[in-house]
Ligand binder design. Structure first.
Ligand code: GNR
Ligand code: NI
Length: 171
């Protein structure tokens, strides 16, 4: 098991569009378990492979109270959505910033599990929001993209300043 480095905005690699997983093998299982470990270590409720610079359509989530119900969605597709709700979102790739974002209220998702078995999932509440947030990552999209250019620029400037102080490089 390994903890992976999470890319931070405005890193350009976060803009990469992930590719479909075509082979389900031991490497897929290792990726999923490393992502789950990284998500727990970072205290996130979800993580997309894009955030760890792996550009495959893989998401891990755990919205349970006890943090003992991890699962993954591979090649997820939203097959139904309805309603609209606004809630405060944060992102491990935009640390320290929280903003209200509008999403669909209910979604029905079709995806594959780590063994390559297809399944469907009905989601509402935090799970629905998180799946939509993670699926955006797979398209190279971040929650800051829903904000005004001014707000987005302010967040960018603050994070770049912090990264310089920390000696982090942003590609
Ligand atoms: O940990 C996370 N919490 C969260 C809260 C509200 C809406 C979305 C999220 S996802 C985030 C982890 C993350 O950045 N996943 O990409
Ligand atoms: Ni995120």
């Amino acid at each position: 098991m390994s903890i992976l480095t999470i890319l931070e905005f405005p890193d350009k690699r976060l803009r990469t569009k992930a590719k479909e997983v075509t082979v389900f093998d031991d490497k897929t299982k290792i990726l999923v378990s490393d992502m789950i470990e990284t998500m727990y270590e970072s205290k996130g409720v979800g993580l997309a492979a894009t955030q760890i610079d792996v550009h495959q359509r893989v998401i891990v989530l755990d919205v349970s109270e006890e943090k003992n119900e991890p699962f993954c969605l591979i090649n997820p597709v939203i097959i139904q959505k309805d309603g609209e709700e606004e809630s405060e979102e944060g992102c491990l790739s935009v640390p320290g910033f929280f903003e209200n974002i509008k999403r669909a209220e209910h979604i029905k998702v079709k995806a594959f599990d780590k063994d390559g078995k297809v399944f469907e999932l009905d989601a509402k509440g935090l799970l629905s929001i998180c799946i939509q947030h993670e699926m955006d990552h797979l398209l190279g999209k971040l929650f800051v993209d829903y904000l005004s250019p001014l707000k987005r620029q302010r967040i960018k400037t603050k994070l770049v300043k912090i990264h310089k102080q920390e000696g982090k490089q942003t590609k």
